[in-house]
Design a protein around this ligand. Structure first.
Ligand code: NAD
Ligand code: IPM
Ligand code: MN
Length: 361
């Protein structure tokens, strides 16, 4: 049976990077005989402009029936004056909530060819392979009450609420322990349990889940220290599990260790294994339309899609190997450029990955 992939290009560099990911999907379809049907729909600012809402009903319905969703990025200055409820970002959050994508896997892996592009010294990042497991449908992003109200004094008051139930914490910790079992067998749970009761509960539940995984070592770290440790000695980490907002922030920091935010893919999974795949970066308004964005995070997100939703781990590996070969050839987009390499644009990078795939094996 054909697998349906819903493509949501979004805004800014979204359409540019997604175009390269589609080339890769089409190349693997031909090369490995995969039966894939690609369908496109609107999300984010593009959807707001077309129909007044960042997540049209037909887009959510199409996502629900898809085997996997590939998303570029959403947002931009043009839509910033809009109320939060109809901002492009709300489209993305609506997809995550609507599909129940509570588990966000963000691997920060250093391709050895990019050691010079990392903002840390090469020896600190050589062999780096961290997996950040970010809770994605709860916490302060979704907690109630929220909003801005005017008090009797006339002063305005802004509120967001950090809230987690025990079961929400338990299920994301289970994902972290399950993946840790497949790799370094260490989980670091990141919280702010010294100040926030909600994450004191997080710490307790993480410790409780750990009892079911005697083969995995659990440690706890406060988020401020974790941010510092990530740039001091990142290789101490194997799997990190944390809340929605802490995971958002820590994964951007971890991205720079690998050379660029343009290198970090992600998978957002629900309890049925259905997934949405997207780079962790945004719509990069400062470089949109110039054809210079790095498409590798999106292409590597396609690899994650093949691994987690389409059950084609060998094909996933072929894509990752093709990316590595292109880096071996010395091709670099501006964000990962270093001395002696050849700078290329978005499309040339995508074409090079396709060429490396076609030649493989
Ligand atoms: P951003 O990630 O878009 O950009 C931060 C910096 O990284 C910019 O200098 C940008 O040029 C650079 N960058 C990002 N991706 C790159 C790539 N593939 N290649 C080369 N350089 C790249 O973050 P921001 O500027 O804070 O946000 C811009 C907009 O994107 C906002 O509207 C924000 O809400 C949105 N956003 C969306 C997502 C998403 O759709 N998943 C994620 C983050 C931010
Ligand atoms: C991300 C983004 C989103 C987030 C925004 C655009 C809603 O920053 O995917 O990391 O905060 O989750
Ligand atoms: Mn983010």
């Amino acid at each position: 049976m054909s697998k349906k992939i819903l493509i949501l290009a979004g805004d800014g560099i979204g359409p540019e990077i997604v175009a390269e990911a589609i080339k890769v999907l089409e190349a693997v379809r031909a090369r490995f005989g995969l039966d894939l049907t690609l369908e496109e729909a609107l999300v984010g600012g593009a959807a707001y402009d077309a129909c007044g809402h960042p997540l049209p009903e037909e887009t959510l319905a199409a996502a629900r029936t898809a085997d996997a969703v590939l998303l570029g990025a959403v947002g931009g200055a043009k839509w910033e004056p809009l109320p939060i409820a109809v901002r492009p970002e709300k489209g993305l959050l609506g997809l995550r909530a609507g599909l129940g994508l509570f588990a966000n896997l963000r691997p920060a892996i250093l391709y050895r060819q990019l050691a010079d592009a990392s903002s840390l010294k090469a020896e600190l990042v050589a062999g780096l392979d961290i997996l950040i497991v970010r809770e994605l449908t709860g916490g302060i992003y979704f907690g109630e009450p929220r909003g801005v109200t005017r008090q009797e004094s006339g002063e305005r008051r802004g509120v967001n609420t950090l809230v987690y139930t025990e079961s929400e914490i338990r299920r994301i910790c289970r994902v972290a322990f399950d993946v840790a079992r497949q790799r370094g067998k260490r989980v670091c749970s990141v919280d702010k349990a010294n100040v926030l009761e909600c994450t004191e509960l997080w710490r307790e539940v993480a410790a409780d889940v750990a009892r079911d995984y005697p083969d995995v070592v659990l440690s706890h770290m406060y988020v401020d220290n974790a941010a510092m440790q990530l740039v001091r000695a990142p290789k101490q980490f194997d799997v990190m599990v944390t809340t929605n907002m802490f995971g958002d922030i820590l994964s951007d920091a971890a991205a720079m260790l690998t050379g660029s935010i343009g290198m970090l893919p992600s998978a957002s999974l629900n309890a049925d294994g259905q997934g949405m795949y997207e780079p962790i970066h945004g719509s990069a308004p400062d470089i949109a339309g110039k054809g210079i964005a790095n498409p590798l995070a999106t292409i590597l997100s396609v690899a994650m899609m093949l691994r987690y939703s389409l059950h084609e781990p060998e094909v996933a590996q072929q894509i990752e190997a093709a990316v590595s070969r292109v880096l071996d050839q010395g091709l670099r987009t501006g964000d990962i450029m270093s001395a002696g390499m050849r700078q290329v644009g978005t499309a040339e990078m995508g074409d090079a990955v396709v060429a490396a795939l076609v030649q493989s094996g």
